[in-house]
Design a protein around this ligand. Sequence first.
Ligand code: PLP
Ligand code: COI
Length: 372
Amino acid sequence: MQREQVPATFFLTVLNGKIHEKTYLCNNHPILFVMNDINWSDLSFGYIPTDYNVRCYFRNGAWGELEISTSENITMHMAATCLHYGQESFEGLKAFRGPDDKIRIFRLDENAKRMQDSAAAIMMQQFPTDRFAEAVVKAVELNKRFVPPFESGASLYIRPLLIGTGPKVGVSPSDEYLFIIFVTPVGPYFKGGFKPAKMVIMREFDRAAPQGTGNIKVGGNYAASLYSGDIAHKKGYASVLYLDSKEKKYIDECGAANFFMIKNNTYVTPDSKSVLPSITNKSLIQIAKDMGMKVERRPVLLDELESFEEVGACGTAAVITPIGCVDDADTGKSYVFSKDGEPGPTCLKLYNALRAIQYGEAPDPYGWTTVL
Ligand code: PLP
Ligand code: COI
């Protein structure tokens, strides 16, 4: 191989005070380098600034146009209802770069609908689903360079947020709202990724009330899980496994993911008014059926837990996280599902099937992905 030195000039594009792109002109051919100092394979589930976010305001009874912003900040009234009365809902979805270099967004229509359900439940103005889709695509397209490469196994997390911004002092819904989407590249939610995690049951804490807001995605549920989550983390657990708040007899879900169990070629997941209807779980149910498994969505007694062959957590952030062991902090009982520290075979099959659709390595028979 021969190396030739050619004269070159270059131009810089600066964004948010940082060098964003370098374009070299070599023999009059532009060569573009996008500047990134992200170690894609080593990402955790954290916030990394990206170039743009997308916003839309509801004022004077109508949603405005989608706006593109480079600012990471929002300005709002100090009496905004989201700050005082929790008028806030968020969503979480992901974009994946496939081996064909195409970017696929997973089931964005489902997130759009769920955000509408959340909005209706806490008296917020609903954001139209078609505009939700438009905003998600725009946010991903504008930040394309942050969609991690296929080989890294990482993805771009998309975070839509809807907040009441109008001032109220009495407890009542806002007249003004802000819808905003930011994106950030992420790695695994639970440390270790697809490695069996440890969960803990602690009956003294509830995440959501039986007829409360557990089935919608509002910030208050997560605030309610912070204290117990912190205790669990300090004791070395990945998460709390919540039981039903009324009787403490049934299994609900983890703080940020649904729960599923496997036995006798059957996929079982709790049916409960206080768990979030997970889009990942819904997808796994379909995948399990397509694999010839039986599916049961029903109340699951804690007493049944030891009878399962494999258990796991699932969600956009968690993907599938196999659960190696659940400790009951109140009774001292341990439910062990992985003795060798490895995921079970069914969790592995489900995980591979889901990832293959998300990354475009397998056909997408239900049209779950939006390809950019
Ligand atoms: N349960 C809770 C409480 C969650 O926060 C999430 C995350 O969104 C899930 C379950 C999983 O839902 P999904 O698969 O739609 O991300
Ligand atoms: C998600 O999986 O998208 C979530 O919202 C979970 C968590 C980060 C709150």
